[in-house]
Design a protein around this ligand. Sequence first.
Ligand code: KE4
Length: 429
Amino acid sequence: MNLENSINEFKLAQEVIPGGVNSPVRAFKSVHCSPIFISKAKGSKIFDIDGNQYIDFVSSWGPMILGHAHDDVLEAINTTAANGTSYGAPTKLETLMAQKIISMIPSVEKVRMVNSGTEATMSAIRLARGFTKKEAIIKFSGNYHGHGDSFLIKAGSGALTLGLPDSPGVTKNTAKDTLIADYNDLDSVERLLIEKSDQIAAIIVEPVAGNMGLVLPNNTFLQGLRELSDKYNCLLIFDEVMTGFRLAAGGAQEYYNVKADLTTLGKIIGGGLPVGAYGGKKEIMDYLAPNGPVYQAGTLSGNPLAMSAGLTVLNKLDNDFYENLETISNKIHIGLTKNIKDTNTNAVVNRNGSMLTLFFTDLNQVNNYDDAIKCDTDKFADYFQIMLEQGIYLPPSPYECLFFSSSLTDNDINKFINANKIALEKLKK
Ligand code: KE4
């Protein structure tokens, strides 16, 4: 496979961009090869600048649930752009987006648009602290909520991938207000609540963890967090930046029937443009300026292009859409599971809806951070490269998820499953 242009472009990029990338995980460091530079994408296919074609299982880390360059999304963007790209003033599109989100996520009564998932989570904990007049938050090892200072403690995603879960630059005073519990371990949460209950503003959780690889909540975890939040009078924040509109129209809250007090969103609601959002009960959200005292603002928040792209996507997410996506995802899950058995590979596949991770591990299950970090990251790097050579573009990290889109064809699915079997057989040698 010729990657000459990508290799040369990466050298150039590293002279002017830290690490040559605008988000660390894109540098392919943990998969021990030079990153591919993308020229274009359409549907389930993505193309690099050397003309190589790949089936895309990253979906831009979640947003491209319809596949790339969907005709209706492009038309919405182009039509909106013809009238201007940003006004810094209210538009009807923002009201339509808020109404759409509220109609899909029952616990959300009011919503504020921002420009990234990080902005959404940073703003949500500021609001929680302002509303409750308490300062500490509880997060979980391996959960990633963006690069806000309060979250870069035992963080997942790129921070875990690069071995930087506790980033320098986060002050001790900030870190002391972030308490760490273990995912799927309610006792670890209650111990912190008992010890610091009068100080804890909120528990923030990925209802399905996608940033230590995919780790599912056990059958009592989310309801247990709801009950603990009520018992100890703190807010429950579901970070649904990844799961929102992906697991179901109402996200993990619909899927698991557990309501959050605040919900953070991103990725899919922008249709591939920069968007984040946070929402919840009216009495909490109305604590935000200009109604209330908690301040948050943004020049491009509610940008008309992003609103029109996002609304075009959300308006397609009906029951038939999710049934089709589940059919695609289940076929892949069955194929990978069969390959692991047929090749006698030590691996675990975790899946929830159209999110999946294959862990190379001797464990029988991966249920938390300690399980996840035991996986064989070198083997994953070899696997990634063998799959890339076969035209399969996977997330370049063992601590991420595959994201399936509705544009995947049966041919794509069969090619993926066959490439996976070849890779597992090669790894046995
Ligand atoms: P952004 O600021 O990247 O839009 O969103 C941060 C964020 C918040 N919450 C959750 C649950 C998230 O998964 C994310 C971002 N996800 C990563 C992928 N694991 C983004 C990819 C990257 O960092 O380049």
